[in-house]
Design a protein around this ligand. Structure first.
Ligand SMILES: Cc1cc2nc3c(=O)[nH]c(=O)nc-3n(C[C@H](O)[C@H](O)[C@H](O)COP(=O)(O)OP(=O)(O)OC[C@H]3O[C@@H](n4cnc5c(N)ncnc54)[C@H](O)[C@@H]3O)c2cc1C
Length: 405
């Protein structure tokens, strides 16, 4: 293999390009915008920067946030200090950082729109707005709105969710997560350098309705939309069955990031999976650059994805509805989450791991049930103590910021 065309220079494409070029392959990244403010929260979990420390050890502007506040209807709010901060970038800065790394590694960056792909006897002919280029292999990284529909995930409307919001010129020192009645999704407020990313994502509800919910929330919280810039995009959120038939690779191509549907179907986290899939795709191309047929490369990539994280996200798809609109102990799951966080140390430890991205969905149910007895005892003890000795409970040091009903 001599030349790889990487179609799309977002986190998935630029990460793959950096790895391929570092290993000496002739790598060209095509992106119509290059670094840009792609609609996004921009939040990276501990899992991401632990795996790729350059994501935190760099000079690019970013915020490290340790305080979070989780709220649910009829349960109020609860604060938690994260043991591992969330790192929040503007997408312009993150994309710029990743593209620069690819270029430094030797990848060529071409700012142009890819119009189409034609299969040739040796590889591909990539048609762009500025001409045609031959390549031996293609990495498809054109994001959720992939225009090259013959390659990458084939999704139905049920496998996506809307995500939209505002960049608000304001400051705050903590993250807000707000659950809403009957919504398979949530609102977030992420502080970034110089502004907030305030957004909502939700499955099965039209974008207009989501926007109305978000604007109501902003009014209630006194978050002004004056001078705020609106953004909206779609997010892959594959249903359980769609993971099994997900088209992530084929003859002469591998798909990475959103173009391959690789997003957490509960949280909408996609940045880590974009970079991780870019990394795994490049490993497959490099390990087998000469020895394997295209079909075995495609198979090897699918297997690697599955083992690394896709099986976990597939299982996550079965939990999504329960997390947002399910019921537990005569209340909604989000309300119970807030109650448990307030009163159970064990449950807070679990939430810490979920925020850090280190608690897989496979194993979550077991951990919840293993801890349930202890958590309920903690909650009962806390409850009775607060009735018998309110002053003693008030004085008990807790490891979280103040709590409000
Ligand atoms: C509102 C919202 C909030 C989100 N918040 C978070 C968050 O806080 N944390 C998180 O982890 N994930 C978040 N995500 C998900 C995250 O944004 C995506 O998973 C991530 O951007 C995927 O990266 P990617 O490289 O696959 O695709 P993209 O970032 O979409 O990059 C695709 C690139 O391809 C280029 N392109 C497309 N078509 C062509 C073409 N024909 N020719 C040339 N170039 C082309 C585009 O210009 C673009 O640069 C959010 C998503 C949304 C919509």
């Amino acid at each position: 293999m001599k030349r790889v065309a990487v179609l799309g220079g977002g986190p998935a494409g630029s990460f793959a390009a950096e790895r391929l070029a570092s290993a000496g392959l002739d790598t060209i990244v095509f992106d119509e915008k290059m670094a840009w403010e792609k609609p996004c929260g921009g939040g990276l979990t501990f899992k991401a920067y632990h795996q790729y420390p350059f994501l935190i050890d760099n000079q690019a502007p970013k915020k490290l946030i340790t305080n979070t506040c989780l709220s649910a209807p009829r349960a109020g709010a609860v604060g938690m200090r994260l043991s591992q901060p969330l790192v929040i970038y503007s997408r312009y800065d993150l994309n710029h950082l990743l593209l620069q790394r690819a270029e430094k590694a030797g990848a060529r960056l071409e700012q142009t729109r890819v119009l189409g792909l034609d299969r040739t006897s040796n590889g591909w002919s990539v048609r762009t707005k500025s001409g045609t280029l031959d390549a031996d292999y293609c990495v498809l990284a054109t994001g959720a709105r992939n225009p090259l529909r013959r390659l990458g995930t084939e999704w139905t409307a049920a496998d996506t969710m809307s995500a939209l919001g505002y960049y608000v010129p304001s400051e705050q020192d903590h993250i807000d997560i707000q659950f809403l009645p009957k919504l398979n999704g949530y609102i977030w407020v992420f502080p970034r350098c110089g502004h907030l990313s305030v957004g909502i994502c939700g499955k099965g509800e039209p974008a207009q309705a989501l926007r109305a919910r978000l604007e109501r929330y902003m009014q209630e919280k006194d978050i002004s939309s004056k001078d705020a810039r609106f953004y909206s995009h779609m997010l892959p959120a594959l249903e359980h069955g769609a993971w099994r038939r997900n088209r992530v690779a084929g003859d002469g191509w591998l798909a990475v990031g959103d173009a391959a549907g690789l997003v957490d179907p509960i949280t909408g986290e996609g940045l880590y999976y974009a970079m991780r899939s870019g990394d795994l795709a490049s490993q497959v191309l490099l390990n087998d650059a000469h020895s394997k047929s295209h079909s075995s490369k495609a198979h090897a990539y699918g297997e690697l994805l599955r083992r690394d994280f896709a099986a976990d996200l597939e299982y996550g798809a079965t939990l999504a509805k329960h997390v947002f609109t399910g019921r537990f102990l005569f209340n909604t799951v989000p309300a119970r989450m807030v109650h448990f966080m307030r009163r159970s140390e064990r449950f807070r430890a679990l939430m810490q791991d979920l925020f850090a991205g280190t608690q897989p969905y496979l194993g979550l149910r077991e951990r919840l049930f293993r801890n349930l007895n202890g958590s309920l005892q903690e909650i009962a003890a806390n409850f009775f103590l607060s009735k018998i000795m309110p002053q003693r409970v008030a004085a008990t040091p807790v490891s979280v910021p103040p709590v409000s009903e």
